[in-house]
Write a protein of this length. Structure first.
Length: 471
């Protein structure tokens, strides 16, 4: 089913572009008609995104609370959180620095010679007031936070609840069982929702091409091409950084996350890929208590593609208006983006708010954001896929640092998508005793366990001694 879903998504992309080109030709010269047709196409994507938004709050809450509570040791929360934030800060610096260096090298805005008009951009630049941003992190109501899908606020109160459940021990087990059940329910619901992804991909691409046509790619082809080249450089940097810790298993991780990355690229929404990345990280071997804690944090604090785009687009507009920014100013801008980019909503075009706020703060023409609107969908696809890719690497690396899981080898079974993750671990990399009933329930028919036999207690199975691999 997983491989079929990937094929259906690719088919949706191709058919969506084809349908959009056909509709663009049919509605040629009638902009209102093109928007109407595009709106009907986009209905498919809107329905899918509504379904994703429906499940995102309870999914983040339940997986994060259970992940923290099952740690048992509250000190582990601080340790893992500290390691995660350290990785996020370094990844942010690399992303922003590469964006600034490459946009100054390519100079995509040079030669446009735009003139300030003073026209409003239509985007609220006050949205990222630093004081309001800090205050907004802390919720006043759990219900309101979940209703608004405010991921940062959900993370904060989930942290408190998860730590409290771990602290009260036995008394919290009934509540923890309830939340565990909610997590399982939401993951199953997610599986049903994801079956609509190919239709959403078709509708989203058909809508954009119908309204804008192929001309937008010609007009801004240089900017799009150079930005995607910059993203490739960032992907290479992230891959090398991940390989330093994961070794050859980095190749297996890329194979596992190809589907959620493709979903993120097609829908231009990190939220759409969130359920799938949870599933794939689990299949790769990342412990649930790690990915359910680190990944929601990454969705708020580790948006590598969005940060590169913010730096790239801001300097591009300065070049387009013939404004020379000194190196010192660009460094200050980098530090500002380090703060304002945190907590960016994982929905399409949220980065435009960051860019508008940065332009306003540095007295650059905010109306320049309107130049980006025509191509923002295509840029958003690349940066969103990068966000998902970067968070997958960060989560796997932090799990490796914690040494809580021997990751599966990148063998043919795993690459085919048919593998089952290892079944049991402890913080010391030794498998706990598993009784025969548990093992039979966990394994599919005719499937051998992936755990080396030497790691299992002898009384778990009645194997002859000659079958036990030596230590």
């Amino acid at each position: 089913m997983r491989n079929r879903l990937t094929a259906f998504i690719l088919a949706g992309m191709i058919l969506g572009i084809g349908a959009g080109l056909w509709a663009n030709v049919v509605t040629a010269g009638d902009a209102d008609r093109a928007k109407e047709v595009g709106g009907y196409f986009h209905l498919l994507a809107d329905i899918f995104l509504h379904l994703i938004q429906m499940i995102i709050a309870p999914l983040v809450f339940s997986t994060l609370v259970t992940g923290i509570a099952h740690m048992g040791d509250t000190a582990a929360v601080g340790r893992i959180g500290g390691r995660a934030l350290a990785w996020f800060v370094m990844a942010s610096l690399v992303s922003l620095s590469l964006g600034l260096v490459l946009v100054n090298f390519f100079e995509p805005g040079a030669g446009l010679h735009l003139v300030r008009s003073g026209a409003p951009s239509g985007i609220d630049t006050a949205a990222f007031n630093f004081r309001d941003f800090i205050l907004h992190i802390f919720p006043t109501s759990m219900i309101a936070s979940m209703a608004d899908n405010s991921v940062l606020q959900i993370v904060v109160f989930s942290l408190f609840i998860g730590v409290a459940l771990a602290a009260i021990g036995e008394k919290g087990k009934p509540v923890l069982s309830l939340v565990d059940g909610l997590a399982a329910l939401m993951l199953q619901t997610t599986g049903y929702v994801m079956r609509f992804a190919p239709l959403a991909v078709f509708g989203a691409l058909a809508s954009v091409v119908t309204v804008q046509g192929p001309s937008v790619l010609k007009t801004f082809g240089q900017l799009i091409g150079e930005f995607y080249l910059a993203l490739l450089v960032l992907w290479a940097a992230l891959f090398v950084a991940g390989a330093m810790f994961l070794g050859r298993k980095m190749l297996a991780l890329v194979t596992y996350v190809r589907e959620p990355v493709l979903i993120a690229f097609s829908t231009a929404s990190s939220e759409a890929a969130y359920p799938k990345i949870l599933e794939q990280l689990d299949r790769f071997g990342v412990p649930r208590r790690i990915y359910s804690f680190v990944l929601p944090l990454g969705y708020s604090f580790n948006l590598d593609g969005s940060m590169m785009y913010a730096a790239f687009a801001t300097i591009f507009l300065a070049q387009a208006y013939d404004i020379d920014l000194p190196v010192a100013t660009q460094i200050i801008m980098l530090l500002v983006l380090m703060v304002t980019s945190k907590g960016t909503a994982a929905v399409p075009r949220a980065s435009l708010v960051i860019i508008a706020a940065t332009l306003s703060q540095f007295q650059l023409p905010v109306e320049g954001v309107a130049l980006l609107l025509a191509i923002d969908h295509f840029m958003d696809m690349g940066r969103t896929a990068t966000n998902v890719f970067g968070n997958a690497i960060a989560t796997a690396v932090i799990a490796k640092w914690e040494s809580t899981r021997n990751f599966p080898d990148a063998d043919a079974a795993h690459l085919s998508g048919d593998a089952t993750p290892p079944l049991a671990t402890t913080a010391t990399n030794r498998c706990r005793v598993i009784d025969q009933t548990t093992m039979r329930a966990a394994l599919r028919p005719n499937q051998a366990p992936l755990i080396p036999v030497r790691h299992l207690h002898m009384r778990a199975f009645n194997f002859p001694k000659f079958m036990i691999t030596p230590k």
